[in-house]
Design a protein around this ligand. Sequence first.
Ligand SMILES: Cc1cc2nc3c(=O)[nH]c(=O)nc-3n(C[C@H](O)[C@H](O)[C@H](O)COP(=O)(O)OP(=O)(O)OC[C@H]3O[C@@H](n4cnc5c(N)ncnc54)[C@H](O)[C@@H]3O)c2cc1C
Length: 374
Amino acid sequence: MVTSHPVSKVVVVGGGIFGVSTAVHLARLGIETILVNDGPLAKGASGRSLSWLNSARKRSAEYHRLRMIGIDRYRTLSARYPDAAWLRFDGGLTWDADDASNQIADVFAHEKDLGYDAQHLTAAAITAVTPGVAAGAVTPQGAIFNPGEGWVDLPSLIDALIAEFVERGGRLVTDAGRATVTVVDGRATGATTTSGIDFPADAVLLATGSDVPRMVAATGHHIEDGTPIALLVRTKPVDLALRAVLNTPRVAIRPTPDGALALDSAWSEEEVIINADGTYGVKGSTIDGLLEQAAKVLEGHPKLELESYGVGPKPIPGDGEPVFGLLKDIQGYYVAFSHSGATLGLIAGELIADEIATGREHPLLAKFRPSRFA
Ligand SMILES: Cc1cc2nc3c(=O)[nH]c(=O)nc-3n(C[C@H](O)[C@H](O)[C@H](O)COP(=O)(O)OP(=O)(O)OC[C@H]3O[C@@H](n4cnc5c(N)ncnc54)[C@H](O)[C@@H]3O)c2cc1C
């Protein structure tokens, strides 16, 4: 489908990875673009993300394909910034608990069938393949090493993309207060902030992370929301050989640009306290537990110390798949709402910008339309 065009001016609401990536891609296409964020850039999920670049385990074929193309775009970026400490492709290592839930053999067979680069390793074989892991922590079913995986530090990526955006003439408005999309006679006409500043445009991208479902509800549209409150713990720098991203039964770990570690897990997420006033609390025992779990799976069981932590919503659509593109029946109103926004950040921005600029629906996004929840 091709919608009415041309579009010459676009407002992007939201300064996380989806908003920033789309804004820079629009600027590359020569479209006058304004990016409006309520606070500083990357203050939402993109500022407290594990940011493992992957398409490991099982999901729909369309979602797998999009993620693989997403990783490919990072490969291209990595060739442009070969020495960047914020984008690394040193692989990912994963293992499961030693109980009936262990899926390692099944996942390995699945990944092999897809041609997803995977090696099934015994504990003893790991050190020769990827350093820094406590082999004794690996369960008897073994681990999968995926050499093509990597990680990105999203705030650093956002800095690099925004520098290009501004260089190309894009207008950046931060600390603007909360913006809403203005809709007149069935079409998006721009955005307006709580302080009353209007940003008129031919099209708007709503990329406000976990706020997307609530904000589109104001237009009568429903996007199913499965967003949990997530916790990311950052350690102080530590002298370690670890290079890969680790996904283990009790903790996920990735290196950071400054030689520290970022940690998260499902159980620590469940321990976050959600207060009645909408604020979040994190128990000291949760943080200590996560640091201990990380030390257990690292070679030499180093003492890990807390540097900082981030807590808040992790945007996840109700059916787990991305939500990208035009809202049905509202001309020029586009949305971006997804988990795995690190893996998808570059490709989603590229494809959404292309849809906004050309009015042509991109086939790679066909399965991910907001209208599926109607
Ligand atoms: C703990 C954790 C671990 C994760 N692990 C991974 C992983 O391993 N791999 C992976 O690929 N992804 C991972 N993700 C997911 C990924 O980080 C997110 O999908 C991505 O950061 C979402 O980006 P976004 O641009 O949609 O939202 P956000 O980064 O939340 O950005 C939204 C922005 O919009 C602004 N905003 C909100 N409302 C308004 C408004 N009304 N007006 C103006 N501005 C507004 C916010 O301030 C914010 O800056 C993880 C996320 C978390 C939290």
